[in-house]
Design a protein. Structure first.
Length: 171
């Protein structure tokens, strides 16, 4: 089997951040999302309530890429509100209502969930970043218009993680 080609967002000083691939080895929800934002034609699922204008889509594209590149190069986020843990070692990058799930891997199909080691400080939602493995994969995209992440989005993030990691173990 040949090695899959993931879109690398940034091969930084600390992490390589790439878009996770579905089981077909081609489809990537995050790559498709970023392309749609860049071209100002992103339309979420029918039940989502996105109100992003074309100009907001371009700005969101820039902000999300800048956030991920900063993380890849420094191992930190510019501000603690840009990320938070979800479940089972899956985290999210945040901008407005937009969310991109991510997880880490050793690049050989291994996955060890990284959890928050401390409680949020002062109840304000600050979660320290754990020591992630070298490879960060961007899994799914969703809009979050409620306080709690819908279980269906968490399930989707776990499914694409499983599918993506299978590509690394089959090589």
């Amino acid at each position: 089997m040949t090695k899959v080609k993931r879109r690398v967002i940034c091969d930084g000083e600390v992490y390589e951040v790439a878009c996770a691939l579905r089981a077909d080895g081609v489809t990537s929800p995050v790559a498709s999302f970023l392309d749609a934002l860049r071209h100002q034609n992103w339309h979420p699922d029918a039940d989502a309530q996105s109100q992003l204008s074309p100009d907001e889509q371009i700005k969101s594209h820039y902000v999300m890429l800048a956030t991920v590149r900063h993380f890849a190069n420094t191992g930190e986020f510019t501000h603690w509100t840009e990320r938070r843990p979800l479940q089972d070692g899956i985290w999210e990058v945040k901008h407005l209502e937009l969310r991109i799930s991510f997880y880490d891997t050793d690049g050989r199909g291994g996955y060890q969930p990284k959890y928050v080691t401390k409680s949020p400080m002062g109840g304000g939602g600050y979660y320290p970043i754990p020591n992630f493995d070298e490879y960060i994969r961007l899994g799914t995209v969703f809009e979050k218009n409620t306080q709690k992440t819908p279980q269906s989005e968490l399930d989707s993030a776990e499914l694409i993680r499983t599918e993506d990691l299978a590509h690394d173990t089959s090589q």
